[in-house]
Design a protein around this ligand. Structure first.
Ligand SMILES: NC(=O)c1ccc[n+]([C@@H]2O[C@H](COP(=O)([O-])OP(=O)(O)OC[C@H]3O[C@@H](n4cnc5c(N)ncnc54)[C@H](O)[C@@H]3O)[C@@H](O)[C@H]2O)c1
Length: 330
């Protein structure tokens, strides 16, 4: 696959490295409105710098497109790419406004677009192992998911992120659906700006809890913090009628030392990215393989739409202090 990349910021750089290392694709061209970022990445990986998104999307020498640009550009670029009949890896979220998501959905469905959503945690080895063991724990009754830290992002980012649920928790809405094979049906969310008052002034939370009812009758809670003093803390646990399975907090090393002062281990990863870094090349390989073979994309566009509808219910719940049914109407 000859791949074109739109967006050469943080996650675009991660995806460029994944394509470069993959046997399934070649990074051909890069576009970013910040020409310097595109040029730097293109020089590193031997790609061409494009002068517009169309120069990538409409180019017959490009087989697949990655959308890794700022959130507010995804909808337009996604529409153009599926209309050009190219498989596309699209970063979450599709768009912060659900009305716009609906418009994109109409086009994607009409064009039968091959869209892979950037829910890369599905390709984390620990979570894949958890999912494989789910049939052995019987009916799922309780789920706990934790995502904390390491630091509050810059306030400029918080202001355009769509808020903690659409930005941070969205990965766990998707993981909850994927790992349980169930749909969240109702959400109750509460939260506050306990870490940084500026987050509250920007209309967001940095600390929150969600109680979610699942279609199978069980319950999930997700606790989110933008800060953890010791690094990044991410765990999931599923408790069922026949047992329990969990993926614990991963440490940077498995070494344990005992001495007179006690038991010493390595610490948590410094950042969320350090914790899930390996999932990105695995997700990219899956995309490139599906694009090459014309296979169904998984996670696909509909997974992106569903995760956003759960986030939307959480946003309403937080604002109105009440449980909110998740409307899967798009
Ligand atoms: N899946 C994940 O775990 C994950 C992680 C981080 C970010 N993201 C998502 O990826 C997207 C980018 O995030 P980031 O952290 O890389 O941000 P970033 O600000 O580092 O990079 C975004 C880049 O897009 C460029 N850009 C803006 N408009 C553009 C356009 N029309 N065409 C091409 N490029 C354009 C910007 O100049 C910038 O270089 C966001 O939507 C974010 O939610 C996903």
């Amino acid at each position: 696959m000859r791949v074109g990349l739109l967006g050469a910021g943080f996650i675009g750089t991660v995806h460029a490295a994944s394509v470069f290392r993959s046997d399934l694709g070649t990074l051909s061209a890069i576009f970013d409105v910040r020409v310097g970022s595109a040029t730097e990445l293109a020089t590193t990986y031997g790609a061409v710098v494009a002068t517009s998104p169309e120069e990538i999307i409409e180019n017959d020498d490009i087989d697949a497109v990655i959308i890794a640009s700022s959130t507010d550009t995804h909808a337009d670029l996604l529409i153009k790419t599926v209309q050009a009949k190219k498989p596309v890896y699209c970063e979450k979220p599709i768009h912060l406004d659900l009305a716009r998501v609906k418009e994109v959905a109409e086009v994607v469905r009409k064009e039968n677009g091959q869209v892979f959503m950037g829910f890369s945690r599905r390709f984390d080895q620990s979570y894949a192992d958890v999912k494989e063991r789910i049939p052995q724990i019987g009916n799922i009754e309780l789920v706990q998911m934790i995502t904390r830290g390491p630091d509050v992002p810059p306030i400029s980012y918080v202001k355009v992120s769509g808020g903690q649920f659409r930005d941070q928790t969205i990965h766990f809405f998707d993981m909850l659906r994927w790992v349980t094979g169930q749909e969240p049906v109702e959400v109750y969310a509460d939260g506050a700006a306990l870490v940084d008052p500026a987050v509250g002034e920007a209309g967001d939370t940095d600390t929150s809890m969600l109680l979610i009812k699942l279609s199978g009758g069980g319950f999930a809670n997700i606790d989110n913090s933008r800060r953890a003093a010791f690094g990044y803390d991410e765990r999931i646990e599923l408790f069922g009628s026949e047992g329990m399975v969990y993926s614990d907090r991963l440490l940077t090393s498995g070494v344990v030392q005992y001495d007179r002062a006690g038991r010493h281990t390595a610490n948590a990863h410094k950042s969320w990215f350090d914790r899930v870094e390996k999932s990105f090349p695995a997700a990219m390989d899956r995309f490139l393989q599906a694009a090459t073979n014309g296979e169904k994309m998984d996670p696909g566009f509909e997974d992106g739409v569903k995760a956003q509808q759960i986030a939307e219910a959480a946003v309403i719940s937080l604002a109105e202090h009440r449980p909110v049914k998740v409307e899967y109407t798009i």
